[in-house]
Design a protein. Structure first.
Length: 412
């Protein structure tokens, strides 16, 4: 069943509590270096305000340790949001307590307020498992959630980046607001449409491109995708665990020796499912990770003292061919140390190939994180069908995991 969205309910004259993902990057002077996450929340925000709702926004930023830290304040977000909306966004210096409660009560239709960082309170990140086992923690989490919930008549979740977490604002708040409207925003609706529909009814050939450092991070994804995709292309450092499992020499490359047996089992699983697995046939290697480091291209075997830091030119061509031949392509994880030249060529080649496939009518989904950064850096965003706003969340979605914080929201 599809979830109700904010467009399915009447917000006029109501107080709306909306969970956003305003975890934006800041420089040392607390200036926002990319407002992309704020901009992507605007359609839902504007809809609520234009329809006469009084909006209370909440989010986390960074990883504070459950106490206020000036460098993680959401004040710069309130300022930027005011500029983007062309109206003042009231800022509450806390997310619970007398100040936000009084400011929320004073809001009128069309007014907007942003609460201070949720993670300035340790109750926000108490895990549900811990809360179930410890009555004191459960009470603390419930009390925090009830304070947030008491300010509003409606709950809206539009934070896909944290949809895989059971934080108080994501799960406990809507749980205690049972009986009141609890819906998703347009950003999450789009994420669920692209990711969900793609996995359910992909146009074939369906190609998954996986990269990044560790096989251990992608085991669930590979297991889930072997029965869904036609081809899995594996690059990045995680490829060396697979190559070593196949008897190749990987030199000093990053390799998870504890997962060699698991890598072999994953290859066997794919073979049984009739899913093609494509691994690098050459690598760009160096003796250190450093911009401009002396490097060379080698075949499948890497000698001692050298590290594989990117896929080589032959692999780039093979990977690009697989991407260009796809009708549906999902990509999560870089092909090498893409932040450091010259080890960014493989990731660039894949990004361009995915863009070309999209130009030819393929549906392409970039799974957030480093892959999204690479696409943005290359200016290819407009040539990709969908770039997910949640790196970890999109990964868990590809694993087939259920998101409890979305499951409890209202069905259509």
């Amino acid at each position: 069943m599809a979830k109700k969205t904010v467009a399915d309910i009447d917000v006029k004259g109501k107080k709306v509590l909306m969970r956003c993902d305003f975890n934006v990057p800041l420089d040392e002077n607390c200036n926002i270096t990319s407002d992309d996450r704020i901009v992507k929340a605007l359609p839902t925000i504007k809809h609520i305000l234009d329809k006469g709702g009084a909006l209370i926004l909440m989010s986390h930023l960074g990883r504070p340790k459950g106490v206020p830290e000036a460098k993680y304040s959401l004040k710069p977000v309130a300022k930027r949001l005011s500029e983007l909306l062309g109206r003042e966004v009231v800022f509450a210096a806390d997310c619970v307590g007398p100040d936000p409660k009084a400011k929320a009560a004073a809001l009128k239709s069309g007014d907007c307020m942003l609460l201070e960082n949720l993670r300035f309170h340790k109750e926000e990140t108490i895990k549900d498992k811990a809360a179930k086992e410890d009555a004191q923690l459960r009470q603390a989490k419930d009390d925090f959630a009830k304070e947030l919930a008491s300010m509003a008549d409606i709950y809206v979740d539009d934070a896909f980046g944290t949809a895989h977490r059971d934080n108080a604002s994501m799960y406990t708040v809507p749980a205690v607001m049972e009986g009141k409207p609890r819906v998703i925003g347009f950003l999450i609706e789009k994420e669920l449409r692209f990711l969900g529909d793609t996995l359910r009814e992909p146009e074939r050939p369906f190609v998954a491109i996986l990269g990044g450092a560790k096989v251990s991070d992608k085991i669930g994804v590979i297991e889930n995708l072997t029965n869904k995709v036609d081809t899995i292309v594996i690059g990045g450092a995680m490829a060396y665990t697979f190559l070593k499992a196949l008897g190749k020499q990987v030199g000093n490359s990053l390799c998870e020796d504890d997962f060699l047996d698991k890598a072999t089992a994953l290859l066997d699983l794919a073979k049984e499912a009739g899913c093609e697995v494509v691994l690098p046939v050459d690598s760009v290697v160096a003796q250190e990770v450093k911009a401009g480091a002396a490097n060379k291209v080698v075949g499948e075997d890497i000698e001692a003292g050298w590290l594989g830091l990117d896929i080589g030119p032959k692999s780039q061509a093979i990977f690009a061919e697989k991407a260009k031949g796809a009708k549906t392509v999902v990509w999560n994880g870089p092909m090498g140390v893409f932040e450091t030249e010259p080890f960014d060529a493989g990731t660039k080649a894949v990004a361009l190939a995915v863009a070309e496939a999209t130009d030819k009518g393929a549906k392409s989904i970039i799974g957030g994180g480093d892959s999204a950064s690479a696409v943005t850096k290359l200016g290819l965003e407009d040539r990709i069908s969908h770039i997910s706003t949640g790196g970890g969340a999109s990964l868990e979605f590809l694993e087939g995991k259920k998101f409890v914080c979305l499951e409890i929201l209202d069905e259509k």
